[in-house]
Design a protein around this ligand. Sequence first.
Ligand code: BES
Ligand code: MN
Ligand code: ZN
Length: 474
Amino acid sequence: MNLSTTTQDTLSLHADLLALGVGADLAGLDRVEVRGIDLRAWAKRNRFSGSAGSALVIPGVPGVAAEALALIGTGKGRAIELVKAAAKVGRTARSLGAQSVVVDLPGASAEVVSTHVLSGNYVYDKFKPEKSRKPALKNLTIRGEASIASDVATFARWQSMGRDLINAPASHVYPESLADWAREHLGAIPGVHVEVWDPARLEAEGCVGLLAVGRGSARPPHMIRASYRPDGAKAHLALVGKGITFDAGGLSIKPSSGMQTMRCDMGGAATVLAAFGAIAEAGVKVHLDVLVAAAENMVDGNSYKLGDILTYPNGVTVEIHNTDAEGRLVLADALLHASRIEGVTHLVDAATLTGACVVALGSDFTALFTDSEDLATELHTAAERAGEGLWRLPLHQDYVAKLKGEWGQLKNVGGREAGSTTAALFLQHFVDGPTWAHLDIAGSSFHDKACGRCAAGATGQPIATLVEWIRAKA
Ligand code: BES
Ligand code: MN
Ligand code: ZN
């Protein structure tokens, strides 16, 4: 991937595609003066209004050196609209198979533009017939003054690797293969150490959640741990990810429709592993630990059962009322262990935890739960810089009562009301020490359908938010 900037007249640059930002009501279109063609009339005739994320492709425009010209709507030029426009450039380039692209989006920094063009360019087409696959971007030139940091390309690569992990079928990505991925890709980075706990080790470490949830699967559960210890770091942070590589619901089995995309249930794991990779490869000076609780939630004669009671090493006992509320059980193991890592001041987990979160916020927002005003502000700032949606929901302590157990301390479900909040409150029982935030990414990390910003499947959210946050803390 070649990334560069230019201050030359973009109309004279040879490329497969020249993408020009055009504002609402075609504002700014006049800066493109091409011979013998009335672009305004073209745009009007094709109902292109310049609304954010819209696009009009015109091939072979006289006076434009690029093979095709794409007018890309930037709306009123607000930050979120420029992000949408940049992503649309990437998507348009991919659908055309454009490998060299020049982008002129006034108002946005070259870094923001390139990051979102690359993200929009992503598709998961490994299993498509060869002839229907379109090539990825190779040369991206952004109109702008400043040069682009190489970290942009590094980030794009890790984000795309994370999305590949999520999109891949559960027959390919299962706890052991996820561990292999971490060993291969993270273990190769200087300063990184990867450790994987097999079921015998999980037993020794008291990971009762992983062992219970994973018991019904032919693919044994694993805890994946990676640590990054560069010299000269001041901060020490930890990330935890839900790594349910397939969620059939267990004995509380999901209907087929609800199960169809449940390979996405390791989205939290992919998110934190990709963020970790991007931070470590960029050499950011921060001590970082990542823990991924990986298991398959299946239906089997060995499956864990309703009415089972799990006793966690911190003394909390949990009655199982629904085996489909498995994420919180495996996260509990990882949160307990992350809390015990010497020196960690902040702990953030990411998990495709509740359908209720999708109902509440839809697919454009990650839900944020935390007791810390400071951490909430930091994460909101990071999300804004990253161009990703983040919305805080209440970690309302009174609702802990909804989780009160009959026979043990807690039930693993809190009823229909405030389902995302009760899930977060459940997790809270297993954090001890670090300042903590929980991100429910059930809606934001995976879309059933393509949207303006990305193809169907894994979105890459909220990897950029985590990377921005970690960079800011370092
Ligand atoms: N993995 C699901 C949550 C989910 C739903 C993620 C839709 C992405 C899209 C989770 O394990 C689950 O099944 N949650 C249950 C919890 C309930 C039983 C309390 C849910 O949301 O229905
Ligand atoms: Mn489930
Ligand atoms: Zn799940």
